[in-house]
Design a protein around this ligand. Structure first.
Ligand SMILES: [Zn+2]
Length: 503
């Protein structure tokens, strides 16, 4: 028995007896305007085979020229990941035949990557894990095959296949981690936290649109396990093209459960690529890697070496934006939040939303309360992300201002947000149209207060006897009479005064 175990080992049992080691290889499509070795546009969704030229079609006699901006982007990524930048390195030719690769080789980097030996810190369960970065290298993407006529969209059973070379030659960066041991039961979360942090970093650097669902960020997840305390590392599997953050976590988790079952049954884990099945959360066997493929790498003879000057690298370093980790530290300090509150904000996906709301004029506490309170509740109810709600940070900031100025109370603020989410317009338009404004006009309040006192004479007596907390009953009555629009603080003052006046 070597592969599929009939039963999985329950996760907690598996990680109690086996220690996982993970590793991640992330492919990042760079957001350059042109391809890696020619001037063809990289725009998504063009007519098939319309963004091609002799270079990216691999026609005889054409010569590639490396994109300076793609090299600069790769150096940016390397510097942000604390890597060393090679002062001299070469592209390599990776030889293999594939129909969507018109040259029959891919220009990549092999033993001379542009960036090496860095790290990225991620936090899981308030513990910082330093993920080592092995290398960051630059290569070109392949084209795309479309298999027509089959039921599955795969080549098996298809009547014929079409190839679109628009993607061939689009610059790709591959970020490869070192193996990450010692994460124990947290391994799946660490994998997810790493990809999340890397995505945020790449977005901050402005080098890619990092859309996992569109394939501009693709992840291969390596997982191995070995008996706890054995001091050994197990044989790893490589799960390919995992296309969401959640799937990264699920893929690691599943592989741990599956490999534990294989080892428990006396089998051995095969070194192979596996495919993640989104629908079931499982992985299935792909190509075995037991016999290493020989790609006959050699230095690409059509390209000059890449030799970024120290001055250029320092210029790029000086131009790096504030990175996500530094930004979080700064915001936490500015907003006066505890580590726990900051983690809650981040886990809810609300950090950027709150930052934008504060930038639009809201007080940090107010912005945080609205996004983590009322708006999180709405997002949960409708099963959407906070960021996908039909309300902008500027609108939330305006609601927050209206609350701070006393024009709205919490209840009215919720009604205004209702209106915004229902597409009724801006907060001010909704306040106007729905007649939502706090009544703090003494005349209007006193009429409601007198009615409340008349209807509850015994409560008035209780207040007169010194138990001012009883005023809450009368405030409730006033709120009801004004349909929630009374200024509760002002109503309380007036009730206490009125009760003693009428003694
Ligand atoms: Zn081209």
């Amino acid at each position: 028995m070597t592969d599929v175990a009939a039963e999985l080992i329950p996760y907690d049992d598996a990680v109690a007896r086996y220690e996982p080691v993970i590793g991640l290889e992330t492919h990042v499509e760079l957001g350059t305007v042109t391809k890696m070795f020619c001037g063809c546009p990289t725009a998504f969704g063009a007519e098939p085979n319309s963004a091609v030229c002799p270079v990216c079609l691999g026609l005889p006699g054409s010569l590639p020229v490396a994109s300076r901006i793609a090299i600069e982007y790769t150096i940016r990524i390397g510097l942000a990941l604390n890597c060393s930048i090679a002062s001299w390195c070469r592209f390599a030719r990776k030889n293999y035949f594939y129909p969507d690769m018109p040259k029959d080789f891919q220009i990549s980097q092999y033993d001379e990557p542009l960036c090496t030996d860095g790290w990225l810190d991620v936090t899981v369960d308030e513990t910082v894990v330093r993920v080592g970065i092995e290398r960051v290298h630059l290569e070109e993407d392949t084209g795309k095959s479309l298999h027509i006529g089959g039921a599955t969209g795969r080549i098996h059973g298809a009547d014929y296949s079409l190839v679109d070379y628009n993607r061939a030659g689009i610059p790709l960066v591959e970020v490869v981690t070192k193996p990450v041991p010692g994460t124990g039961a947290n391994a799946p979360m660490v994998a997810r936290a790493y990809v999340t942090e890397l995505r945020d970093l790449l977005r901050a650097l402005g080098v890619s649109d990092v859309r996992m669902e569109e394939g501009s960020l693709r992840c291969d997840v390596n997982t191995s396990i070995a008996p706890r305390g054995s001091g050994m590392w197990g044989t790893r599997t490589e799960t390919k093209n995992v296309n969401s953050l959640r799937s990264v976590e699920r893929a690691v988790r599943f592989e741990i459960e599956r490999q534990a079952a294989v080892l428990d049954a006396g089998g051995r884990v095969i070194q192979e690529t596996r495919h993640f099945q989104e629908a079931t959360g499982t992985t299935t066997a792909g190509r075995s890697k037991e016999e290493a493929q020989d790609y006959r790498y050699f230095p690409e003879p059509d390209l000059v070496p890449v030799a970024p000057s120290a001055e250029w690298v320092e210029q790029i370093r000086a131009s790096l934006p504030e990175l996500p980790a530094a930004r979080r530290t700064r915001l936490q300090r500015e907003w006066g939040l505890s580590d726990l509150n900051m983690a809650a904000l981040q886990n809810a996906g609300a950090l950027d939303l709150v930052a934008e709301t504060v930038a639009a004029g809201a007080a940090p506490d107010q912005a945080r309360n609205l996004w983590l309170g009322e708006l999180s509740r709405r997002a949960n109810e409708t099963g959407t992300d906070l960021a996908a709600l039909a309300v902008t940070p500027a609108q939330v900031a305006r609601v927050s201002e209206l609350v701070a100025s006393g024009a709205l109370n919490a209840k009215l603020a919720r009604q205004v947000l209702d209106g915004v989410l229902a597409g009724e317009g801006s907060p001010d338009e909704i306040v106007e149209a729905r007649g939502l404004a706090v009544v703090s006009d003494d005349g209007a309040l006193l009429a409601a207060i007198d009615e409340a006192i008349a209807a509850n004479p015994e409560v008035a007596d209780t207040i007169r006897s010194g138990k001012t907390a009883a005023a809450g009953v009368l405030i409730g009555a006033v709120m009801k009479a004004t349909r929630g629009q009374a200024d509760a603080g002002r109503a309380r003052e007036l009730i206490l005064r009125r009760v003693t006046e009428n003694a």
